[in-house]
Design a protein around this ligand. Structure first.
Ligand SMILES: C[S@@+](CC[C@H](N)C(=O)[O-])C[C@H]1O[C@@H](n2cnc3c(N)ncnc32)[C@H](O)[C@@H]1O
Ligand SMILES: [Zn+2]
Length: 172
């Protein structure tokens, strides 16, 4: 991707392969408020906002946040610049849908916050749960393992993990 060449070696941003699926889930759940962790360059936020929801999306990288803001400027998308760990505790509960697409290092505290922020019956969509299949060097893989176990074991969730490591979890 041209942006990654320009941004430099540390940049790992890539658009989700699940954009249309996110659009379907947002439309089918009639979501009005959507939370996203990991704006990237704004592709997934556009799909999440497509059926008319307001999207609050969090991005720690200021360059990505600026580019994401440019690509979503005509949609109902609000970008919060910072880490999930810093921003999630500041948001008001009542989200219909949350999409997690960040790095695994803070997954466990993010999950605590998604539980606080989603309404009962809300939908949590979690990406990057099988990152270890691409590289054993990904920082924080152990947090992804705990996150997966919580989604599968805790009775408050009904979860299905799709083959590419995207989990769909209904919160009771
Ligand atoms: C895979 S990209 C997101 C792609 C985007 N969701 C899309 O599909 O178009 C991951 C992004 O999340 C950001 N990110 C990763 N961990 C984060 C965290 N803990 N808090 C905030 N942003 C994070 C990265 O800077 C990167 O821009
Ligand atoms: Zn970048």
């Amino acid at each position: 991707m041209r942006h990654r060449e320009e941004h430099g070696a540390g940049c790992t941003v890539y658009p989700t392969s699940s954009g249309p699926l996110l659009g379907v889930l947002a439309a089918a759940t009639a979501a009005r408020r959507i939370l996203e962790l990991g704006t990237g360059l704004g592709y997934s936020a556009l799909w999440l906002a497509d059926a008319g929801a307001h999207v609050d999306t969090i991005e720690q990288d200021e360059i990505h946040a600026a580019l994401g803001g440019e690509s979503t400027k005509d949609a109902d998308v609000e970008i919060h610049v910072g880490t999930g760990a810093d921003i999630l505790p500041t948001l008001e509960p009542g989200y219909d849908l949350a999409f997690s697409d960040g790095d695994p290092v803070e997954f466990e505290t993010d999950l605590d916050q998604f539980e606080r922020l989603l309404r009962p019956g809300g939908l949590l969509v979690s990406a990057n749960l099988f990152l270890g299949q691409y590289s054993a060097d990904v920082e924080g893989l152990e947090h992804a393992a705990v996150y997966r176990r919580r989604l599968l074991d805790e009775t408050r969730y009904t979860t299905s993990i799709l083959r590419d490591g995207l989990a769909l979890s209904a919160l009771r």
